[in-house]
Design a binder for this molecule. Sequence first.
Ligand code: NI
Ligand code: MN
Length: 227
Amino acid sequence: MPIELTWLGHGCWLIKTPEQTALLDPFLDSSPTAPCKAADVSPDVILVSHGHYDHVDDLVPIARRTGALVVANFEICEWAGKQGIERTEPMNLGGGIELPLGRVTLTPAVHSSVLPDGTYAGTAGGFLIETGGKRIYFACDTALFGDMRLIGRRRIDLAVLPIGDRYTMGPEDSLEAIRLIDPRRVAPAHYNTWPPIAQDASAWATRVRRETSAEPVVVEVGGVIKL
Ligand code: NI
Ligand code: MN
């Protein structure tokens, strides 16, 4: 069975492996583009990159209902714990943990992070997921940074990069990020959720093909990438 990634809009992805299903950055009920509601997903694991509401909005309700394991930095796990979420795996940048689905490492990101109620949320991160012999790098909300080259030293099968601009890197910097990471395939995220982050993904894909050695994979919201 292949690994299946479904784009649930914005920075939210459902990652299905033979062992477990993970939900990254749950933002469904308040998302203008999500194809489903928080009540429709039942992950085993919830991965959270940072504290902004467009990444944690449905975290507590989904974790409460499903008992999913919350994987995030220490501060976000503490915050979830105070709301009655008992199953957490606190981490910090550079650290990894072994889960039934594979190894999950919290990677650096250049971005801010605070929880919706003002609680300090630690440092924003991304995730490197090693599952079924594949490596998937979710940069999550970030600017371009030179150490992406180090993340790419171990062959990345799929990189998921923000292209929305304004709150994260935009299309131009994402091309430089692709050159640093040198993944086999690359998918865009964190765009077209609202007008301030509107982007033309097919124009981006044309430039990726022309200017990098990665294969662009653009899916509509609700679309699936198989690895
Ligand atoms: Ni953010
Ligand atoms: Mn965001």
